[in-house]
Design a protein around this ligand. Structure first.
Ligand SMILES: Cc1cc2nc3c(=O)[nH]c(=O)nc-3n(C[C@H](O)[C@H](O)[C@H](O)COP(=O)(O)O)c2cc1C
Length: 202
């Protein structure tokens, strides 16, 4: 089969994309409003971008009314955020925070997620996250207009937090110990437990 994307609604294009671009890592993003209310939400349109300067990106799309999500509202007002990574044991807590809460109601408080103070930014990070990046906003690139249009957030990485026991013998993170999950299509997830090694050609 083949599919002409010019004939698809945004909703259908989204369904095809999230069922095929898999697995996707999950950025569990904490932000803060100008009056100090925290926000936490997961985003699986997420990737590292480059190391010079250290940069990552994630994509809160507009909601069904065509308005920006709380994460974007906060970052536009306070241009700092933490990207927390999600281990298998944090999966359910992460999923809870995708709930539609009124702006100004914190997912940390509502779902009993323990925050930890960040060093260089105002939003807290998730204390139990195996890895958390502290970032400042580099830029937001807007793609499209209306419902599901993108606000691509590029963040400059300032710092990383990780527990010492997650280090491997080579002094770098042991990705198996992080035990991260990824998002598949629909409500499906995958683990990172089944890995294999393949050497690159010279
Ligand atoms: C695993 C997972 C991945 C998600 N990925 C995205 C995404 O990449 N972009 C997006 O806009 N929403 C995504 N969502 C939905 C948002 O998390 C949801 O709309 C949330 O309420 C937004 O929160 P906010 O309004 O506090 O920013 C995802 C949800 C889950 C559970």
């Amino acid at each position: 089969m083949q599919l002409d994307f010019s004939s698809l609604s945004a909703r259908d294009a989204y369904s095809w994309m999230i069922s095929t671009i898999v697995p996707r890592p999950i950025a569990w993003v904490s932000t803060i409003s100008p009056d100090g209310v925290t926000n936490l939400a997961p985003f699986s349109f997420f990737q590292g971008v480059c190391a010079n300067p250290p940069t990552l990106m994630f994509v809160p799309v507009n909601n069904r009314q065509g308005d920006p999500k709380d994460t974007i509202r906060n970052i536009e007002a306070v241009p700092e955020f933490a990207v927390n990574l999600v281990s298998h044991e944090l999966g359910q807590a992460m999923s809870n925070t995708a709930a539609l809460l009124p702006y100004g109601e914190s997912e940390f408080a509502t779902f009993g997620i323990e925050p930890a103070v960040s060093e260089k930014i105002r939003p807290p990070r998730v204390a139990a996250a195996p890895v958390a990046y502290e970032c400042i906003l580099d830029r937001i690139v807007h793609i499209g207009e209306g419902p599901l249009a993108a606000n691509v957030v590029f963040g400059r990485i300032l710092a990383l937090h990780m527990r010492d026991e997650l280090l491997g013998e080579d002094g770098l993170p042991d990705t198996r110990k992080l035990d991260l999950i990824g998002r598949m299509g629909g409500d499906d997830y995958t683990t990172t437990r089944d890995t294999f090694t393949m050497e690159r050609p010279d």
